[in-house]
Design a protein around this ligand. Sequence first.
Ligand code: SF4
Length: 510
Amino acid sequence: MSSTAAGSKQSTVKQRAELALNDEFLRKAVKFTTERLRSGKKSASEEHGNWDDWRERGRQIRLHTIAHLDYYLNLFADNARANGVHIHFAQTDVEAVRIALEIAQRKQAKSVVKSKSMVTEELHLNRALDSIGVEAIETDLGEYIIQLAGETPSHIIIPAIHKNRYQIADLLSAEAGETLAPDTQILAGFVRKKLREKFLEADIGMTGCNFAIAETGSMVLFENEGNARMVTTVPKTQITLMGMERIIPSFEDLEVMATLLPRSATGQKLTVYMSAITGPRRSDDADGPDEMHIIIVDNGRSNQLGDPEFQELLNCIRCGACLNACPVYRHIGGHAYGGTYSGPIGAVLTPALNSNVAEWDDIANASSLCGACYEACPVKIPLHDMLVYLRRRKVESGNGSKLESAGMKGFSAVMGDARRMRSALKIGQFGQKLVVREGGIRLRLGPLKGWNTYRVAPSLPKHTFRDRWKEVDRDAQMKGKPLDPAVQARMEAIVKQRQQGGGHGHGGHA
Ligand code: SF4
């Protein structure tokens, strides 16, 4: 994928994160909405029961489909063609855009109404349509707002998550030519009226695709506003852009996805509108397009096939739950990641889709590696492992920080030798007396500056594990009885594990 397809990146993730951290409005808006989404997901999954079993079912469906992707893609394409759909395969972003523009030119289109689609964001299709004089109008409320603001989405499912209602009222007032009160009913009412005219005038309706059903050639859309139904029924021509991994084998599999996706995304039991579209309008249908095209986009996805580190990325159903769960995303929002996709999935997907690896190798640092993304993911994608892999790849390719590398070598030399570690601890315990205040190290200097600006670094404890071990051992001897065998065994196991360099379970990569 070209760098344009992934968004332009002129600054580092650190610089962008700093900007976001200093934006009080953004932080409050992102925190408010992600907390609401997380608690909604928690209640919906608990109420559903057996959530982990359903996650496992979802994962198995995705693993199976991606393992047989060529078969299911061909089956889908054959069935869709039999339904009267024009199928196009696009290997690159340039090719996908060219196909969409050719259809628009052939139809002499003046305007296109769009429902929410991350693939069209990835392709920067609005800009391309504009370049040939075709107006592209986003009809999802959040997308419409950020289109007016001239921005890109900062969340996979809530594109305007970083804006509050006062900012939105200002944007819509400018569009309306009059002052609109920052009241959600009034603002949504204005947008509804405005977009209704656009739907009626549009020559083409353009959508993304949540799932494509191989057995019937149907494409399925999940949405809450009803705008995708307008987009797919009013204009005479419909174009759907779908990532090649959107396939699932059957409607039976859709049941599992329809259980996992809305609950994970917004905490809803079901999405408000779920439309399965199987071809253009038939002679006895009341509405629908006369002509329907589906553009199946690769754009770097096939590079992930057969890659042991990244293939599971293709399992993603774009629910956004990993963004809401991520402590880093919740502080900095989506734009700090610099690409089309943000949050933990973006931090892995952007470098995986992009051929210019070095350009995007810093966004894997925008993670605490806590594993919350994996716990939240409805199809169990091990994003935290992929983030560790990306960091390792950066260091091994020689693009890591020299200072960090030297520090790690020193750390390894000390931690790998018991005598050195004991001496270092003693020096540290003595030296830290100069900098410890109220139980923590608050110094904002050198390597501690970044960490201590927002939190307090813990001080070294007065009693180390080894000191405590000795005390326990001595206590037991003084009482003239051996240590409880279970305690003895557990402690010996801990020591052994530490000596072997292990000692962290799942998600504990910090
Ligand atoms: S990685 Fe998982 S949680 Fe994140 S968007 Fe994809 S499916 Fe959802």
